[in-house]
Structures are given as structure tokens and as C-alpha cells.
Design a protein around this ligand. Sequence first.
Ligand code: UDX
Length: 437
Amino acid sequence: MKHVLSVIGTGYLGATHAACMSSLGFTVIGIDSDLEKIARLSKGDLPFYEPGLEELLKEQLATGRLSFTTDFSASEKASVHFICVGTPQKANSLAADLTFVESAVEQLAPHLTDGSLVVGKSTVPVGTAQKLATQLASSAPTAELAWNPEFLREGFAIQDTLRPNRLVVGVTSDRAEQILRECYEPLLALKTPWIRADLPTSELVKVAANTFLATKISFINAMAEVCEAAGGDVTVLAQAIGYDPRIGDKFLQAGIGFGGGCLPKDIRAFMARAEELGAQQALEFLKEIDAINLRARARVIEVVRHLLGEDLTKFRISVLGAAFKPESDDVRDSPALDISAQLSSAGAHVVVHDPKAIANAKKRFPQLDFATTANECVTGSDMVLHLTEWREYREIDPTAMKSLVKSPIIIDGRNALDRDLWVQAGWKFHALGRKNP
Ligand code: UDX
């Protein structure tokens, strides 16, 4: 018989996990304290943008296997409980805020039936799982805790959940591993690599993976700085080193760097945790990774000043892209919006367009102006900044766009546009890490 599952926290991770597990045939109860979120999810109305997820949500609700509620007692019907709440950066420190995880376990504990398995999926500082296991041992002694980090990327959430490149479980008993094998049986049938670890290792796997990815991006952005100084071209360099399978060609896209709800806060929380553990020296390099990343944003501002002059007050600057990456409406720590806000603070009239993220961007930065189309955004502008590499921007006809702007100057902050095409159309084209006119 299939386990009945509960998913605590129905944000990005939880909503995806709930819908995907339901699609594998499980009965899934999604629980969240946010009334509005639950009301929307129950109607099949996804509160954020993720390709394909709203369709999957609707389809799974229609099967009757998937339901959502704010009532924690509904978890009594389930025997496996996935904790999917957020762990944002604390307001005044680098560390992760664990309030939501702790409160989820506390609220769940009175409803746990004998032998329940509580499975943490949230990204947490190493040592959190052991603390929660101790907390559970006193509040629900027959329940057990496991950790099962997730690696889903926004924009590919369904694919990464249903076709993950590995499954990692941190367990303290064979029984817990067996239950998790039963939950993921359809994925194991696809020969997904299965890694059994202890609790701390499973927590570390997630932050280590994100740290490696952040390091790779900052590495190529450091190379971009050197290329600019030496007259080289980072896009050619990335292509050339990427052919070495030990290096690989992914995550070597130089530009304005990483943002989002994971990479920036995860490397900071990792540094904070290492310090608590007395291992800060091992992660000293992450300060530099963070600094290179923020410098990529600052370099764009410098280029703007170099091209337009120190006084930006008389200029209209058009920004294409607000989301932290394409195929997402997420603007958390978005490099594009950070740059937009800095230019606006410097006095420029900044107009931003994004295919999906305008509503979220407006909430976060009401001081900016927003346009509903890319053409409206660039009309009359003194400079265009391409800061999130949506496909629709790559398909822009530079000749047609030239007729809308006041001066045809563009900075490609993502090295994603076809420079030759833009230059041929008469644009002054500036790219990060490449030879510029
Ligand atoms: C990341 C991890 O990839 C995922 O495994 C984890 O579960 C959550 O964190 P996500 O935040 O969705 O996923 O975004 P990701 O695709 O990793 O991109 C992060 C940032 O890096 C984006 O701002 C993106 O624009 C930037 N990036 C990515 C680059 O600047 N260059 C690259 O080559 C790749």
C-alpha cells in the first residue's frame, strides 16, 4: 500500500513536491499557515510562475489525490511528512533563519501517528537535523527524522523533481531508508542514483552543491574581469575550457552574476555556520566568491557611467529583465533589479520590463518605472541594459528596436545576445568580459 504523504510549507519547493508526488500516485496533503496561498492552490491557481506547474497542479487536484489545507490536524492521515518551508537569510546576519522549520516541526509533532517519518527537505545549516531529531524525541518519541535535500532549479522544477540527477537521503535507520525508497520507487525504477548518508552529510551535500555552483559562476566572472583588463574574450575562454570534461561547459556564463532565493543566502549561511563550528578558514574563499558576484553588478554601473557620464539625472535607461533568471517570476536578490535600483538612486530614470516578474518587481521596488512590453520600455531611451536573458530578448530585431530608442547603446549583462547582429544594425554594443568599442 502506498504511503499517504503530507507536505508542510507550500511555497516553491512544497507546491512542486506536492504536485509531483501526487503525479506519482500518492495521496498528498499540502499544509501551510498562509490562508491565501492555500485558497489559491486549492483552486489550481499557482501563486508563482513555474513552467508547467499550474497545469500539473490542476490535473492532480482533479484526481482527488492532492489537497491543501491550513489545518495541521489533516497530517494525521499521513505517515510521511515532508518539511518544505523556507530558510531565508536573517535580517541582521549572514546566518539562516530557522524559525519556519522549527515551528513546522513543533506544529506537526502533536499530530504525528506512531512510526511516522518526518523528512526535512529545506536547506538548513549542518546540525539542524540532529537538533530537530532531539526535539522530536521528546515531543513525538515514536516518530523518526530523516533529511532529503532537494536540488530543484526554478524554471525546471518539475523536471528536477521527477527526473532528478540523484536522490540523497540522510537517515539514522534502515527503516527510514526503506520508507523513502518506497516514496521514490518510481524514480528509482528510472535508475536515479541513490545516496544514503548520515544526517550531517545530507545537509552538507545541498550547501556544498550550491557553493560549488556559486564558485563556478564567480570564477568565470573573475575571468571576465581579467579578460576585460587584458583585451581577451571571456565567452571564447569559457567555451574553450568547457570542452574539458573535468571542467564542463555548464555554469560558465559570465555576466552580472548569481541571485535568487538560494545561491546568495546559502553561501552566506554556510560561512556563518562554519564559523560557529570553528571551521571558518575552510570557507574563507566564499567571501571572495560573494565579493566577485557583487562586483559584477557594480561593474555594470561603472560601464553606464563611462558611457553616459557621471551625472545620470538626464538619462532614461531601459532595463530588459527583472527576474533573477529567465523562466521565473522570482525577484529575490535579483542582480537585474539591484542594478536598476542603484541607477535609479543615482538619479537616472529607469524603466524596467520583464515577461513575468513585473508584479513582484513592483512590490519590491516601487520607485522604478515599469513597462508592459520591451518596445514600450526602450522607447526614447538613452541606453538599454539586457540583464535577464529571456528568450524573447534574444529574438529582438535590433534594427527595429533601433528606430525606437534615442541612442542605440546596449550593455549585454548576460552575454546572451548576438553581438554581430546588434553591431551590424548600428548599435554601440558593450558586453562584460569582452573587447568593447
Ligand atoms: C539553485 C541551484 O541550481 C539548485 O540546484 C538549488 O536547488 C537551488 O538553487 P536556482 O536558484 O533556481 O537554483 O537558480 P540557478 O539556475 O542555479 O541560477 C542561479 C543564478 O546564477 C541565477 O541568477 C543565474 O542567472 C546565475 N547564473 C547561472 C549565472 O550568472 N551564470 C551561469 O552560468 C549560471
